[in-house]
Design a protein around this ligand. Structure first.
Ligand code: PMP
Length: 407
């Protein structure tokens, strides 16, 4: 059997549909973000990055870099093992204590990524709570979906952010069955925000555990960067808060924060925690510096909000269609996979602007978009150049505009 031929056929189909993934090759430079060098077929060029999840530029923050250098010098490169077997370093313990404190929880547990934290935690809880049913928001991230699938627990998908549907599904389940309501705070592709208080209310009434993915919110919302739950005073009502250290905190890794018993349970039973090498101590030290900085400082969060508002206003002025939401994510809607990729390529090649196209299956067909994430390290001049480039490509591709904002 010609396996490569079978695989290539599937890839060709992706290409025909405009959904084949290619990504720009970037070289990041210390202190230069959002500027980077793009490598393409032996040629290099300068680009401004507009689609990074290093939302606040913490990946270049002096405190973070200093902490990583110091830990590298004192502790070396790798952790040397799984957390169980020699890889449990002082930096891991300090970071877990800081994260537990950030979310007002008894304990926290680190994983090698946000993906692994969702997959391992949901997979473990749902599999080991006898008869557990997981109620999962329809727009939950792949890592939660995969965790639930792996658990083989019964799964009910509730319509996105739809309280009536969640309530009906909860009410239809046996009272004494363990239940987990799994959802996100900021949804990454539309940037909309869950009605957390209402969800907690329903979950409590039906005796369900609440599991909240705050990956796109930690560091960014709340007086200490504890996420949307902190901003809304709801952290104590969430049983498990899950987050990443790879986005607003600029480094890498994921975690959960919860009760001592729940964290100990996951630590003791989750294969995705137990059987994998621990994060390097320098990574934990860098993340710790980022968490501590954003606990104290709202400067970055505030400036980001300003840049987001400025971008939205400029898009409105040009009549460029974007989804309205309450978060820092600005999805500019193209609605066609080929055109989305075409515009992204032209932005890169002609304007030195990098925005990865977001196509199916990440978003439904017909809602293809450019997902823009303004940060405090973008300037107003950067915004002007971005919106000018988008405006000219919108005309060139004869894409529809919204009525211009009133002058
Ligand atoms: N949850 C959500 C909602 C995400 O969007 C992502 C990644 N984009 C993850 C979890 C995984 O986080 P990480 O990148 O740290 O693996």
């Amino acid at each position: 059997m010609n396996y490569d031929a079978i695989l290539t056929e599937a890839l060709d189909q992706l290409r025909d549909e405009g959904d084949y993934r290619t990504f720009a090759e970037l070289e990041r430079h210390r202190g230069a973000f959002p500027r980077a060098t793009r490598h393409s077929g032996g040629v290099t060029g300068d680009v401004t990055v507009w689609c990074s999840n290093d939302y606040l530029g913490m990946g270049q923050h002096p405190d973070v870099l200093a902490a990583m250098h110091a830990a590298l010098d004192t502790s070396g490169a790798g952790a040397g093992g799984t957390r169980n077997i020699s890889g449990n370093t002082h930096q891991h313990a300090l970071l877990e204590a800081e994260l537990a404190d950030l979310h007002g929880k008894e304990a926290a547990l680190l994983f090698t990524s946000g993906y692994v934290s969702n997959w391992a935690t949901l997979g473990t809880l749902a599999a080991r709570l006898p008869g557990c049913v997981v109620l999962s928001d329809a727009k939950n991230h792949a890592s939660m979906i995969e965790g639930i699938r792996q658990s083989r627990a019964q799964k009910r998908i509730w319509s996105h952010n739809d309280m009536a549907d969640l309530e009906a599904q909860l009410a239809s389940l046996p009272k004494d069955a363990p239940k987990i309501v799994a959802f996100e705070s900021v949804y990454s592709m539309d940037g909309d925000i869950a009605p957390i208080a209402d969800i907690c209310e329903l979950a409590q009434r039906h005796g369900a555990l609440t599991y909240l993915d705050e990956v796109h919110a930690v560091g960014l919302y709340g007086p200490h960067g504890g996420g949307i739950a902190e901003a809304q005073g709801l952290m104590h009502r969430i049983d498990v808060i899950e987050g990443t250290l790879g986005k607003a905190y600029g480094v890498m890794g994921g975690y959960i924060a919860a009760s001592t018993a729940l964290v100990d349970f996951v630590r003791s039973f989750a294969s995705g925690f137990i059987f994998t090498t621990a994060l390097p101590p320098a990574v934990a030290a860098g993340a710790l510096a980022a968490v501590r900085h954003l606990k104290r400082s709202s400067v970055e969060r505030d400036l980001q909000k300003t840049r987001v508002a400025q971008l939205r206003a400029r898009l409105d002025d040009m009549g460029l269609p974007h989804l309205v939401n309450e978060s820092h994510i600005v999805p500019v809607m193209v609605g066609d996979a080929m055109k989305c990729r075409f515009i992204s390529n032209l932005l890169l090649d002609e304007f030195g602007i990098y925005i990865q196209p977001i196509n199916y299956p990440t978003v439904p067909k017909g809602t293809e978009r450019l997902r823009i994430t303004p940060s405090p390290v973008h300037s107003e001049a950067d915004l002007d150049r971005l919106v000018g480039a988008l405006g000219s490509l919108w005309s060139r591709c004869q894409l529809a505009r919204r009525p211009m904002a009133a002058q």
